[in-house]
Design a protein around this ligand. Structure first.
Ligand SMILES: N[C@H](CCC[C@H](N)C(=O)O)C(=O)O
Length: 292
């Protein structure tokens, strides 16, 4: 019989990029890739694009980026395929919403540790959440292929890697399969954004996320997209409303840093089944050699 005394979880999203939040104040959850894949599975698990473990930076058990205070909360981010990523712009807003709702932080700006460094988060009076995303670094030009059709792309680094294609009509793109990219440039994979300029203030974006597939939104991707559009417009400091499938976020890029403002919602809280969680502890022996 299943008892429901396993780890606490919450479910939340930022413009429909959705996450399982796992509070881990004593740094004792063993979050294996197999457990992440099971949690994110939309049939046999809770379903999500990623997992956000909430752990004190000092208990992470790995080398912290130099600017992350040991007493800050750390967002241990994982993609749905179980891979670790440096940063998640929608996720860090949901993470901050949890910190505030759980009373772990008071109002004002909050430093959050990430593998890309510290990110300062503010909950706005209107309930939206603003993240200082750090500087967007343009790394040069490359290309992407979709259904055999090659497009030029701009490489932009937000702590995690992005390739931004400024293209026309987005609805025709088949993003059900991984777009092609240069594996020598991105040996650990890359997030790929397709962007349509709507007018001087608005852009529309679709995204194929590393470690997930097509998602309804990608926060770091909206900043990379805005950086590419502002650069193409010959500007150094610019803002855009980014329309993604899951809603709208507001992005500003400057030569020094960038900010992302958008919604962050927590929709449920519960506990994982103890037996289910324990059954995922050991990596299974598989015939195919591929862990489920
Ligand atoms: N898939 C991304 C991480 C999540 C990014 C996205 N969900 C965001 O909101 O920034 C990567 O592997 O770099």
């Amino acid at each position: 019989m299943q008892s429901y005394a396993g780890p606490e979880f919450l479910k939340g999203h930022g413009t429909e990029n959705d996450f399982v939040v796992l509070p881990d104040p004593r740094g004792e959850l063993e979050l294996t890739a197999r457990r992440v894949r099971a949690l994110c599975d939309r049939r046999r698990g809770l379903g999500a694009d990623g997992v956000l473990r909430v752990v004190p930076s000092g208990l992470l058990g790995e080398q912290l980026p130099a600017d992350v205070p040991a007493d800050a909360w750390f967002m241990d981010y994982r993609n749905a395929d179980g891979s670790v990523a440096e940063m998640c712009g929608n996720g860090v807003r949901v993470f901050a919403r949890y910190l505030f709702d759980a009373g772990l932080v008071s109002t004002g700006s909050v430093p959050v540790g990430t593998r890309a460094g510290v990110r300062t988060v503010v909950v706005e009076p209107d309930g939206r959440v603003t993240v200082d995303m750090g500087a967007s670094a343009v790394r040069g030009h490359s290309s992407v292929t979709v259904a055999g059709y090659a497009m030029s792309a701009l490489s932009v680094d937000l702590g995690n890697p992005h390739l931004v294609c400024l293209t026309g009509e987005l609805s025709e793109l088949d993003l059900s399969v991984q777009p092609g990219y240069d594996p020598d440039l991105f040996p650990d994979g890359v997030n790929i954004e397709f962007v349509e300029v709507l007018d001087e203030e608005r852009i529309r974006m679709r995204v194929h996320e590393r470690g997930v597939g097509e998602t309804r939104s990608c926060g770091t991707g909206t900043v990379a997209a805005t950086a590419a559009v502002v650069r193409a417009a010959g500007e150094e400091d610019g803002s855009r409303f980014v329309h993604v499938q899951g809603g709208v976020v507001e992005v500003r890029v400057t030569p020094v840093t960038s900010t992302l403002t958008g919604p962050a919602e927590l929709v449920a809280r519960g506990r994982l089944g103890s037996e289910w969680w324990s059954s995922l502890e050991a990596e299974p022996l598989t015939v195919s050699g591929v862990s489920p």
